[in-house]
Design a protein around this ligand. Structure first.
Ligand SMILES: [Zn+2]
Length: 252
């Protein structure tokens, strides 16, 4: 499991959201995230409550045995996320976006677009520290819960439904904490290795060759030039359909 190790994680420039036009959070934003627990038509007038989910790392798809889960990590990014959204739209595919809290905070317009298009949100921490499994519980808590708040504020109130530890650096503590906040820990089965920019063909081949490993596929929409990722998805999504695959969300 690559932890983006060796090349270092270039500091996330936490830009102030200056100049970002605040979108009006339309009503659709509140209901667009498919399957999210919503307070629709409650039998009792109780406040919306966080549903505790399983702390076990999820890999399977709610779309069944012949569905894959497209997961997109490390954004949102003002250059690449819109391009990924375009490819997903062209193919009618919904995905799960694992976002970095301060990046969400810096680009709330993009977060709202992701949600409005019917994709799901996932908490990918504040600092993308792939060594966080060796750090204190208070640090892990801050990384997870601050990002949850930042993503939720950026989305206009739609909460992340999953938690993916950077580089898979989960701990029993962090899994339970995320689950208690309604965020199912989310793993992956196929690392497309797109982060390393091996070429579009190599990304496509990796996914095709490793698809038997399981349904959750890992791509990235930030952390550098992601044009190979966009091109690979443009090839892979129609190919997956041709092979008889559907598209789902990770189970919760
Ligand atoms: Zn990541």
């Amino acid at each position: 499991m690559a932890r983006h190790g060796g090349r270092g994680w270039y500091g996330w420039v936490i830009g102030a959201a200056v100049g970002v036009t605040a979108l009006t959070a339309g009503a659709s934003v509140w209901t667009a995230q498919a399957g999210q627990n919503t307070p629709a038509a409650p039998a009792h007038h109780t406040a919306p409550k966080t549903v505790t989910v399983s702390p076990v790392i999820a890999h399977s798809s709610d779309g069944g045995a012949h569905a894959v889960n497209i997961t997109i990590d490390d954004g949102p990014d003002p250059t690449w996320t819109p391009q990924v959204l375009q490819v997903l739209r062209e193919n009618g595919v919904k995905a799960t976006f694992c976002m970095i809290g301060p990046e969400a905070q810096a680009h709330p317009d993009i977060v709202k677009r992701v949600v409005a298009a019917g994709h799901r949100l996932c908490d990918h921490t504040v600092s993308h520290d792939t060594g966080m499994d060796h750090k204190s519980e208070s640090y892990q808590s801050q990384q997870i819960l601050d990002a949850e708040r930042q993503i939720t504020e950026a989305s206009g109130g739609v909460r992340p439904m999953y938690y993916r530890a950077p580089g898979g650096a989960f701990t029993p503590y962090s899994r339970k904490l995320a689950a208690s906040h309604g965020m199912r820990p989310l793993g992956w089965n196929v690392d497309s290795k797109d982060f390393e920019r091996p070429g579009t063909d190599a990304i496509v081949s990796t996914v095709r060759n490793e698809l038997a490993n399981g349904p959750t596929l890992l791509f990235h929409d930030a952390g550098g030039d992601r044009s190979q990722t966009v091109a690979a998805l443009r090839t892979l999504l129609p190919w997956l359909k041709q092979q008889g695959y559907g598209f789902g969300f990770p189970v919760r």
